[in-house]
Design a protein around this ligand. Structure first.
Ligand code: SF4
Length: 185
C-alpha cells in the first residue's frame, strides 16, 4: 500500500468507517481530542499509510487553532511518536480491531469506541445522514445497532455509502477503509 500525506486526509474521510469519521469530525471542529480518541484514530491513520512525520504534521495542524506548536510538542508529539514505536516501550502498535473498539467504554467527553454501540438511535441516524449514506441503509444500520449487531450495522452503512455490499463483512476499521478504496479509488 502507498503512503498517505497529511494533506490527503480530508479527501479520504469518505472511506472512513463512522468510528473514525466521527473522531476526525470532533478533532477538526474542536481542535482537540482526548487520549483514547487520539490512540484509536492515530493508529487507524498509521494503518492507512500515514508516516510518523505526516502524522505529527496532521495533528499539530488540527490542534493549532487552540494550541501553540511548542505546547503541542510538549503535550502531544510524544503520544504520536509512541504510536509509531519511537517512544516508551518502542512497540510497533497495530491499529485496533472492531472487537477491541467495541469493548471500550468511553467516558463523557470521549468520542472513541464504536458509535453503533455508544450512540442512541437519533444520534446515529443523524451521524449517518451527515455521511450521505443511502437512507434505506441508514434505517437498516440503526435497526441492527439497536439489536446489538454493531459490525453488521457497520456493513449496512458501508453498503449504503458504496452502493454495493461488502462481501467480507466488517471486522476492522482499516479493512472497511481498504474495501472502500477498492471501490472509490
Ligand atoms: Fe468502527 Fe468497527 Fe464500529 Fe464499524 S463496527 S464503526 S469499523 S469499530
Amino acid at each position: 500500500r502507498g503512503e498517505v500525506s497529511a494533506g490527503q486526509i480530508p479527501s479520504l474521510v469518505k472511506s472512513f468507517p463512522l468510528c473514525m469519521a466521527n473522531l476526525y469530525d470532533h478533532l477538526h471542529t474542536d481542535n482537540h481530542l482526548r487520549h483514547g480518541g487520539r490512540m484509536q484514530f492515530g493508529l487507524f491513520l498509521k494503518g492507512i499509510g500515514l508516516p510518523m512525520d505526516e502524522a505529527l504534521k496532521f495533528f499539530r495542524a488540527e490542534f493549532a487553532p487552540k494550541m501553540a506548536s511548542d505546547k503541542f510538542e510538549r503535550e502531544h508529539a510524544y503520544s504520536v511518536r509512541y504510536n509509531y514505536g519511537k517512544e516508551g516501550k518502542r512497540q510497533d502498535w497495530t491499529p485496533y480491531s472492531c472487537i477491541k473498539i467495541i469493548s471500550q467504554t468511553p467516558g463523557v467527553g470521549d468520542y472513541h469506541g464504536c458509535p453503533y454501540k455508544t450512540m442512541d438511535a437519533p444520534s446515529l441516524d443523524a451521524a449517518l445522514r451527515r455521511l450521505r449514506i443511502d437512507p434505506k441503509k441508514i434505517t437498516e444500520a440503526v435497526g441492527k445497532a439497536k439489536g446489538g449487531h454493531f459490525q453488521l450495522a457497520c456493513a449496512s452503512a458501508w453498503a449504503g455509502a458504496h452502493a454495493c455490499s461488502c462481501d467480507t463483512g466488517i471486522n476492522h476499521p482499516n479493512q472497511y477503509y481498504d474495501e472502500s478504496r477498492k471501490v472509490l479509488d
